[in-house]
Design a protein around this ligand. Structure first.
Ligand code: B3K
Ligand code: ZN
Length: 870
């Protein structure tokens, strides 16, 4: 490193020295030399007549103030400082940029044949010098000029107000966005597309034109995205009372994109992965992913765009809230229980792991080097859990009252997390002082519970202790306000009323102390407690359940989530016991109790559980999730135990699995939630049946007869995981059929990356020369390389260190090409402290190699230094 990058601190926030009320942009688009003219109306806000603008990778062509050339400025790396300015002035800046050379995919770049932009968090400064911060809100007008034959569509934010022809086959279009916005919401697209058009009539009767732009030939893959968009618009009116505010809503699907999608005002830009789907190309879970992401970006129009963030430390203000909204949308449209389970799995798995890693940070971070590193599971998913806790504490009506007040006070402004808490407090007349700690405290609280039954007094007490272990970023921790949802069951399955000191208690207890005892009266027999129902707070629960109690809850708990959760605790007990045996080398002693297997047999045969939920019960915790239970991970022991459990279920439940599999055979394919659930259960059964003597035949048959991508991929995954004989021919057939289509090939790349075979890494290196693969494309990279690092534990962590060396080599290459993608990929290496000394040394060597790079990007610098300090 030539110089260490500077960290920014939340406490250092200062309001901007100037505001920009309007900006007029003109883009003269050319592949390698695009000219950008930006004319801003600027007003000084302090005594300082000096303006410091952000800029990155720009060639400055000219500066004018109030129409006259201006030479009183200095250019430094990353900044343009203008001196001796008038109080109010018009600033014209012309810059030249090179979209074709932009491999970081931030700012203005080329994706395939199209120009597109990505400005969040700090990409606008790669387009022009500007106050590139979210609390500077301006009205944007954008004129785009380009060659007409190559770029018939010229798009930007807001409404199309004018267009015209130019010389040399060029044309132009002008857009105006009436809503003031920060620069990160700016977007521009120029290209040739097929367009799917529809319209939405808002509840106040306004027509909104809906347009989805996809690569030519892909129109038949855009309908699900359109349906999801219309459903989102309807849902936000019904559930949140929020109506869309422009006459047009556009979505453009591009193949080169660093993340999922971007909520630019009126012009969302999407990774094509979250737009394109038909039954031949996409799986059910991809359909559901599209619904969720289309919803998420649409919901940002209010939570993010109309009310934006004061500074980037407040990111969870818009992201946590919008994730909560998209989770509720999916839950209202599909199965609430299954959605809750999937969301909780993300928190308990990768989010808890992030909390325990060197990157641990509160949902509102205090210190940031590279903002792009903080679009994390903590800010998004834990952030959403924090919003959910308000909902749990205040109820739907109270929560919506808070939302209403939040919009009343902050619409059209850049707000803070504190503003949000205050709106919830003021609207409901509650004091959330202690609750605020969720914003400032990092790490995962451990809540351990003990119980005591007094048969004579007929009282039952629960003592609840909370403790948050120190994290790398923060040693001191304080007790949090934890909404703790419980139910107490009698042996016959009935629920005891919660009465304490003669008063009726709500089932959500307010836990606020480090240790707190709740005593319940009139409890006529020792109850079985259901604790942390619905995962009412993002904490680790410890309670010493017996197997019999868990089996009881699996049947009698009053909601699906608690039943599933009990099944997970039962599995966890026995997985842990067997991992301990495996670590001692007592492999032959690994065993699974009959009563545990029988409890799952009961689930499989249950007639009152929806198929999608049964599928969740039957899905074992992943290697990553189990790893999260340990401070020190024995990769091989966990893999052996999970394999043994799979084989055990496959053989012990073979008849039931086979019966369910055959009963659920569908004659027709449809994409409604019930049909998705049935396919999910059927394909979950197949994953086990693959381990039975007929497995190979069954899997091959499903592949051959499959009429849709869900069943096809399920067969291939079964063949891959169980290493069936048919694996090679299925993989070859699929590649033959889809090699022209990178997006469809991604599913094949994931299977190659997660292939448990011993020679997987060598195969993977060969796969990198597959015609559909390219390290330039983030989707391809994440599918093949990302799945090897994240979903192939035994091979990635091989003692030879070959997996780590391979990761190091890829990261060095991506560091210069696309730091954001590199920075996502490096995460598994940051968790090195969890592995044995030998492996730690091998990982450290790769991290040190990265640290020594001359051109190490801020993204990797921040993570590598934290990991090495840890
Ligand atoms: N707001 C964007 C994410 C931007 C990521 C920048 N590195 C998408 C979303 O959360 O909706
Ligand atoms: Zn978002």
């Amino acid at each position: 490193m030539t110089h260490a990058p500077q960290a920014k601190y939340r406490k250092d926030y200062q309001a901007p020295t100037h505001t920009i009320t309007d900006i007029d942009l003109v883009f003269d688009l050319h592949d390698t030399a695009t000219l950008v003219t930006a004319i801003s109306a600027v007003q000084q806000q302090t005594d300082l007549n000096q303006l410091v603008l952000d800029g990155d990778n720009l060639t400055l062509k000219s500066v004018r103030v109030d129409g006259a050339d201006w030479s009183d400025y200095q250019q430094t790396e990353g900044q343009l400082q203008l001196n001796n300015l008038p109080e109010t002035f018009e600033l014209e800046i012309v810059t030249e940029i090179n979209p074709e050379a932009n491999s970081a995919l931030e700012g203005l770049y080329k994706s395939g044949g199209a120009f597109c932009t990505q400005c969040e968090a700090e990409g606008f400064r790669r387009i022009t010098y500007y106050l590139d911060r979210p609390d500077v809100l301006a009205k944007f007008t954008t004129k785009v000029m380009a060659e007409k034959s190559l770029y018939p569509f010229l798009l930007s934010n807001g409404n199309r107000v004018d267009e015209g022809e130019l010389e040399n086959g060029r044309h132009w279009v002008k857009w105006q966005d009436p809503h003031p916005k920060p620069a990160y919401l700016f977007a521009l697209v120029a290209g040739d597309f097929d367009v799917l058009r529809d319209k939405f009539i808002t509840r106040s009767g306004r027509d909104v034109a809906l347009e989805i732009f996809v690569d030519k030939g892909n129109l038949d893959r855009a309908t699900h995205a359109m349906t999801s968009l219309i459903n989102s618009m309807k849902w936000d009116e019904q559930r949140f009372d929020l109506e869309y505010d422009l006459d047009i809503y556009m979505i453009v699907a591009v193949d080169f994109f660093n993340m999922g999608a971007m909520e630019n005002k009126g012009l969302n830009i999407f990774n094509s992965k979250f737009v394109l789907a038909n039954d031949q190309t996409a799986t059910d879970s991809e359909y559901l992913g599209i619904e969720a992401v289309i919803g998420h970006e649409y919901f940002h129009n209010w939570t993010g765009n109309r009310v934006t963030c004061q500074d980037w430390f407040q990111l969870s203000l818009k992201e946590g809230l919008t994730v909560f909204r998209d989770q509720e949308f999916s839950s209202d449209l599909g199965s609430r229980t299954v959605n809750r389970i999937n969301n909780v799995k993300i928190i308990r798995g990768p989010q808890f792991a992030e909390d325990a890693s060197p990157m641990s940070h509160p949902i509102r971070p205090e210190k940031v080097i590279e903002m792009n590193n903080f679009y994390t599971l903590t800010v998004y998913e834990k952030g959403s859990e924090v919003i959910r806790m308000y909902h749990t504490l205040l109820g739907e009506a109270g929560f919506q009252k808070g939302m209403k007040l939040y919009f009343e006070h902050h619409d059209g402004t850049a707000a803070t997390c504190e503003d949000f808490v205050r709106a919830m407090e003021d609207a409901n007349g509650v004091d959330l002082t202690q609750f605020r700690r969720w914003y400032s405290q990092s790490g995962t609280p451990v809540v351990s519970v003990t119980s005591d039954y007094d048969a004579i007094k007929q009282t039952y007490s629960l003592t609840i202790n909370q403790m948050t272990p120190a994290t790398q970023d923060q040693k001191e921790k304080l007790p949090l306000h934890i909404p703790f949802d419980i139910e107490l069951y009698a042996k016959d399955g009935s629920v005891f009323e919660l009465i304490s000191g003669g008063k009726s208690l709500h089932h959500v207890l307010n836990v606020t102390e480090a240790s707190q005892t709740f005593v319940f009266d009139n409890i006529s027999e020792e109850p079985i407690p259901s604790l942390l129902r619905e995962f009412s707070a993002p904490v680790k629960l410890e309670y010493n359940y017996s197997d019999a109690e868990l089996a009881f809850l699996m049947i009698h708990a009053s909601n699906g989530f608690s039943r599933w959760d009990a099944s997970q605790m039962l599995l966890a007990k026995h997985i842990k016991a067997n991992v301990a045996l495996s670590e001692k080398g007592e492999l032959s002693a690994i065993s699974w109790p009959t009563h545990m297997v029988d409890a799952f047999r009961g689930v499989l045969l249950s007639e009152n559980l929806e198929p999608a939920l049964i599928a969740q019960f039957m899905t074992l915790p992943s290697h990553n999730e189990v790893s999260g239970w340990y401070q020190r991970v024995d990769v091989d022991a966990i893999a052996q135990v999970l394999q043994s459990l799979t084989v055990c279920f496959a053989s012990e439940l073979a008849d039931e699995l086979s019966a369910v599999y055959h009963n659920l055979k569908q004659t027709e394919y449809s994409i409604d939630h019930a049909a998705i659930g049935e396919r999910d259960l059927r394909n979950t059964c197949l994953q086990y049946l693959a381990y039975t003597p007929d497995g190979n035949q069954l899997v091959e048959l499903q592949y051959t007869n499959s009429t849709n991508m869900t069943d096809t991929i399920a067969a291939m995954k079964a063949a891959n995981d169980a290493q069936l004989e048919c694996r090679a021919s299925l993989m070859a057939d699929y590649s033959e059929k889809w090699q022209h289509d990178g997006l469809v090939m991604d599913k094949w790349f994931v299977l190659q990356g997660s292939n448990p075979a011993k020679n997987a890494l060598e195969n993977l290196k060969v796969t990198m020369s597959h015609p559909a693969f390219s390290l330039k494309n983030p989707n391809r990279t994440r599918s093949l390389i990302g799945s090897f690092l994240n979903m192939n534990p035994v091979n990635f962590h091989d003692r030879s260190g070959a997996g780590y060396r391979f990761a190091g080599q890829i990261l060095r290459e991506l560091n210069s090409r696309n730091p954001q993608v590199a920075s996502r990929l490096i995460d598994p290496l940051l968790k090195m402290a969890k592995y044995d000394d030998e492996r730690q040394n091998l990982i450290r060597r790769e991290l040190e190699g990265l640290k020594a790079l001359d051109n190490l990007a801020n993204d990797l610098f921040e993570k590598v230094t934290k990991a090495l300090e840890g």
